[in-house]
Design a protein around this ligand. Structure first.
Ligand code: GLY
Length: 387
């Protein structure tokens, strides 16, 4: 059996694992990532909305603070990554318009607007006519909406590719294999064993395997992260040059209780998402999922039926019981978590990298991340253990 040793081993090479590895390597840790396909995972499906304001839900004000902090870090993060790797990331600061299609929607959106304003967020109420003046392709039935210029977008596939390149430049070692089991000895996480039988020893292990994070063998049950997969089906269309600009900003709504959003990229791609389905590990693209997305998107922007449909895909969001991520040290020495980012993984990438690097270096969470300690889910189990 071969073996490798590092200071930090990151289990999972999606954007969260990669940013953690990159930042750890920048701090001087000898860092390794284990993943069969680094840069894969949910980022290959996600639309890439950086939507701290328009993804705000009642009861999630604590998460809002972290989302806003990460949004604040985005411009510098993109500049650093682009300069280092030469990769463009499709970062677009063109804003978001959340619209209402009927009177009930409009009433709900008015309440959301009040909550946004109470939370000190920049959001402007527009009439239906004002919405259509901004985005002429919107349906005549749009009854009003919220203009949020601070909610931006990035292309997650390009972000993932840039993070792989940044990790390579920083000297991160990639083990292209599945982590099969966490190794624990003398009450401390000590690395992982891969499917091919390689023993990866490490001083600290970060579990950043997205929706799979709750399934790694060898993790003691009392520290196993309570994450579950929530399926999202997403479509990609292309805006032919003769129709450009089709939309100038992200447009979103809640139609019949489901979120639908249209994210226009500079390169002509139009991403339409997303379903939200609790179906375990299923990633089938279904006729029903595609139908519902097209039906709802068509209600918002009827002209989409003219566009070529170029891709359909399904991914798994790593959801936690309170919809917020689990960041930092666990009750098992040497094991940290960076998972459970649910609907905000792309947005939370910059702050997650910084928080985990700080936690790896100091053993502590920085102030902005304290509410997201994994220990919030394990107090009962741990308090039952003998002191
Ligand atoms: N953040 C968008 C989604 O999860 O669908």
């Amino acid at each position: 059996m071969s073996s490798h040793t590092s200071d930090v081993l990151v289990v999972g090479g999606g954007i969260i694992g990669l940013v953690t590895a990159w930042r750890a390597a920048q701090r001087g840790f000898a860092t390794a990532v284990v993943d069969p396909e680094p840069g894969g995972g949910a980022a290959q499906v996600a639309a890439g909305m950086l939507a701290a304001v328009t993804e705000l839900h009642y009861g999630e004000q604590t998460l809002l603070g972290l989302n806003l902090e990460s949004a604040r870090r985005y411009p510098d993060f993109v500049a650093e990554l682009t300069e280092l790797t030469g990769h463009g990331l499709g970062y677009r600061r063109s804003g978001t318009l959340a619209v209402a299609l009927d009177a009930d929607d409009r009433a709900h959106m008015r309440e959301l607007h009040a909550l946004q304003r109470q939370s000190g967020l920049a959001s402007e109420w527009l009439s239906g006519r004002e919405c259509r003046r901004l985005e002429p392709m919107l349906a005549p039935g749009v009854r009003g909406g919220l203009r949020v210029d601070g909610d931006h977008q990035i292309d997650p596939r390009r972000l993932a590719a840039a993070l792989v390149a940044a990790c390579e430049r920083a000297g991160v070692t990639f083990h292209r294999d599945w982590a099969e089991r966490l190794t624990v000895s003398a009450g401390r996480a000590g690395g992982a064993l891969t499917r091919a039988g390689t023993r990866l020893a490490a001083g600290q292990v970060v579990l950043a395997a997205g929706s799979l994070s709750g399934r790694l063998a060898g993790v003691p049950p009392e520290v196993l992260p309570p994450v579950r997969p929530v399926k999202g089906q997403v479509l990609r269309l292309t805006v032919p040059r003769r129709y450009a600009p089709f939309l100038t900003r992200t447009v979103r709504a809640v139609v019949r209780g489901s979120h639908v959003y249209l994210v226009p990229r500079e390169n002509g791609e139009l991403v339409v998402g997303a379903t939200s389905e609790e179906l375990g590990w299923d990633t089938t693209v279904t006729a029903g999922g595609v139908y519902e997305l097209l039906r709802d998107a068509h209600e918002l922007v009827p002209g989409i039926t003219e566009l070529p449909l170029t891709e359909t895909r399904a991914g798994l969001r790593p959801a936690s019981p309170d919809n917020a991520p689990l960041l930092g040290p666990t009750g098992l020495d040497g094991l940290l978590l960076a998972t459970g980012h649910y609907r905000n993984g792309v947005l939370l990438t910059p702050v997650t990298g910084d928080v985990l690097a700080h936690a790896l270096a100091t053993g502590q969470l920085p102030d902005e991340a304290r509410p997201f300690t994994p220990r919030r889910f394990h107090t009962a189990a741990l308090s039952e253990q003998p002191a």
